[in-house]
Design a protein around this ligand. Structure first.
Ligand code: SF4
Length: 700
């Protein structure tokens, strides 16, 4: 019996707003902001406000499993038994012939924690490969590296309440006004009530977030490390440092001091394309601050030096001692609702569950013993783009894609398409028929969506919430955990015979016992009755942990936070070639989300930014004879798109912007931004660069 009214969490971004869901007299789902929720206090952004349209409109939904026997046959409807028997048969035969590393799973930051956990247990524990990666690789794996290297573990120290306690904010490579709107609203309200609050925005574009900034540093793409090092240098020069914190709670300060002294202010300003005064002003704001917070997202992470940019930014919190106390801290913004939950269960090819390290033999043994398997393969699996390479060269034979649309979201789309065509077997498990990836599927499995299944998610501030089942999935769609457990049993694996989803959660929660992310005292009953909790929740009646590192004991071997020195500071310029004189940066628009399989269904969300356009500075447009609205052809070494030009002062000369959302199915092949991007990744985090592609533009 399903409830009349339930509380849940918005299924879009990592802000994690609470919603109240009920049905109206016409039996249609309605959604409103939850006034009692600590994150949003009743507020919702345009995407959250329109969630009910996505749920009520099932016209695009996948309803039945579909399969094709060969690439020359069309897919046809089959039963779940036929579908999963075939999947198990094909996977078994490929693994027997080519070994476990010949298969891979590509999952999503939209998966619930229980789904993520089961997928990882299946692949790493039972199939015996680490070839499971997530689309979160594309958004925040550089931040994971930054946190791990600085604090010893992938930990967000603070929480949203610190916003109302801080007085200076550095927003770097992020546009929260559009992409994390409720969090931004809290920041706006805070500034309105406290006019002395300072906001610095670092972005090559004048975004809506930059519009409220006291200082907008419109740097050249890719030059962040120079900027943060120069700010660090000025902080040292002026003595705006926390000597006690540095001496007692950090290591690597001497190297930091040497590194920031290596580049003069004038050189840094020239490289970044800003003035020395800008650098000094930013440093003074940060240095004089009583509470300094930094927020960052894809502008830092999606770069071939994404890890280095993270180190440089995190160093500013260390040198000023702005961590581990109320109203401060470095805060990575996650784009997806459960990117954080995925990190907790080891949802990437180089991670293990409960923040254990794949490279650590002891950790591998602990995980293997918990799952009752002989061992965990020590070799890191293929990451998102490495899976494409491995499909291309035939090392990966089969891929199972869950809840993500890589044919629009992965870089270098043409290469990704060709690679998928080469795969021997492709499974796509999704809710929507509007995914471009389905075109390549040998087996399509219809999954249950938001409100159609139960589970948990963790937002950007480590807050776990319970999402109840409120309606039945359409057709024969099934929850992802059911599908994966059914497949695992058909593969002959024990350990997947759960009676229900709470049993899966309970198993995972017990696995966290004694770790830094311990939730062994947090069960479904507490989540349902008491609301959301921030991990760790490690004792009976534990209220959750809003803030970490208050004792200044970090999770590194020395218990000290580490200054990491960026080694590569600006390889972006090396990519620049005379034939491709402009730099393309890609990103999101306010009312669309990812590849639009959900937001693209809502008419009112299309009015703000109806079509993808090329944002171009008036000087660059003039030089090419391009007028507003002209169709332009944008070409990189990897492909081409055609889009109308939007001439704007909001982007600096030499840089152009195209939104990432549109693909073939919802628009056309020639509107797919990732035709242009390279697929080159940060060598440490393996996160692709979507922010620096050399392109040329012509009027079409
Ligand atoms: Fe949903 Fe994010 Fe908007 Fe909140 S800010 S309503 S979580 S999309």
């Amino acid at each position: 019996m399903l409830e009349k009214e339930v509380k849940s969490t918005c299924s879009y971004c990592g802000v994690g707003c609470g919603v109240v869901v009920r049905k109206n007299a016409r039996n249609r789902v309605e959604v409103e902001g939850d006034k009692d929720h600590p994150v949003n206090k009743g507020m919702l952004c345009s995407k959250g406000m329109n969630l009910h349209y996505v749920v009520n409109d099932t016209s695009d939904r996948l309803l039945y499993p579909e399969m094709r026997w060969s690439r020359s046959h069309p897919r046809e409807r089959v039963s779940w038994d036929e579908a999963l028997d075939r999947a198990a048969g094909v996977f078994r035969s490929i693994i027997e012939k080519h070994g476990p590393d010949s298969v891979g799973f590509y999952v999503s930051g939209q998966c619930l924690t229980e789904e993520y956990y089961i997928a990882n247990k299946l692949v790493k524990g039972f199939i015996g490969t680490n070839n499971i990666d997530t689309n979160s690789r594309l958004c925040m794996s550089s931040a994971v590296v930054g946190y791990k290297k600085t604090f010893g573990e992938d930990i967000v120290p603070g929480n949203y309440e610190d916003i109302e306690l801080a007085d200076t904010f550095l927003i770097a490579g992020a546009n929260p006004a559009w992409c994390h709107p409720i969090l931004f609203r809290r920041l706006e309200n805070h500034k309105q009530k406290n006019p002395d609050v300072k906001i610095i925005v670092v972005d090559p574009r004048k975004t809506d977030s930059a519009a409220i900034a006291d200082l907008h540093l419109q740097i050249l793409p890719g030059t962040d490390v120079y900027l943060y090092n120069a700010i660090g240098r000025y902080l040292l020069k002026k003595g705006y440092v926390d000597k006690n914190f540095i001496k007692n709670h950090t290591e690597g300060f001497r190297e930091f001091r040497e590194a920031v002294q290596a580049v003069s202010f004038s050189k840094a300003a020239e490289i970044c394309g800003i003035t020395i005064g800008d650098i000094k002003e930013a440093a003074m704001m940060i240095g004089r601050s009583g509470g300094f917070m930094s927020f960052w997202a894809m502008g830092l992470n999606q770069s071939i030096i994404g890890s280095e940019k993270n180190y440089a930014l995190l160093n500013l919190s260390l040198v000023t001692g702005q961590v581990g106390k109320p109203g401060c801290g470095p805060f990575s913004l996650t784009g997806q609702p459960n990117a954080m939950g995925g990190r907790e269960v080891g949802g990437m090819a180089n991670l293990l569950a409960v923040h254990k390290d794949l490279a650590n033999p002891g950790h591998r043994e602990e995980v293997a013993s918990f799952w009752g398997v002989e061992k965990i393969n020590p070799e890191p699996g293929y990451t998102a783009t490495e899976m494409i390479d491995a499909l291309e060269d035939g090392k990966l034979k089969a891929i199972w894609i869950i809840c993500t649309n890589p044919m629009v979201s992965l870089p270098n789309s043409k290469k990704a398409e060709a690679a998928l065509k080469k795969a021997r077997f492709v499974v796509v498990q999704d809710i929507s028929g509007n995914s471009d990836t389905i075109e390549h599927a040998d087996l399509v499995l219809p999954a249950a969506g938001w409100l159609e299944k139960e589970g948990t998610m963790t937002n950007s501030e480590r807050r776990i919430s319970y999402l109840p089942k409120y309606i039945h999935p359409p057709g024969e769609a099934r929850p992802d955990v059911d599908i994966l457990c059914d497949f695992a049993q058909r593969m002959g694996f024990g350990g997947f015979n759960y009676g229900n989803t709470p049993e899966i959660y309970e198993e995972y929660a017990q696995m966290t016992k004694g770790t830094h992310i311990d939730i062994s005292y947090l069960n479904y009953d507490r989540l349902k009755n008491e609301g959301t909790f921030q991990w760790p929740v490690s004792e009976y009646r534990h209220p959750g942990t809003p803030r970490l590192f208050q004792d200044k004991k970090f999770y590194t071997p020395s218990q000290k936070a580490v200054f990491n020195i960026p080694k590569v500071t600006n390889p972006g310029f090396l990519q620049k070639e005379p034939d491709y004189p402009l730099v393309l940066t890609t990103g999101r628009v306010r009312d669309q989300w990812h590849t639009m399989t959900k937001t693209g269904k809502v008419a009112r969300l299309k009015t703000h930014y109806p079509d993808p356009v090329l944002e171009i500075n008036m000087v660059d447009a003039y030089l090419k004879g391009i007028r507003n609205g002209d169709v332009t052809e944008v070409t990189s070494k990897y492909g081409q798109v055609r889009l109308r030009a939007k001439i704007t002062e909001n982007i600096r000369e030499g840089v152009v912007f195209i939104p990432m959302h549109w693909g073939k199915k919802l628009k056309s092949d020639l509107n797919r931004t990732n035709n242009l991007t390279s697929g080159i990744v940060d060598p440490i985090s393996k996160e692709p660069d979507f922010k620096y592609t050399a392109v040329r533009i012509n009027k079409y």
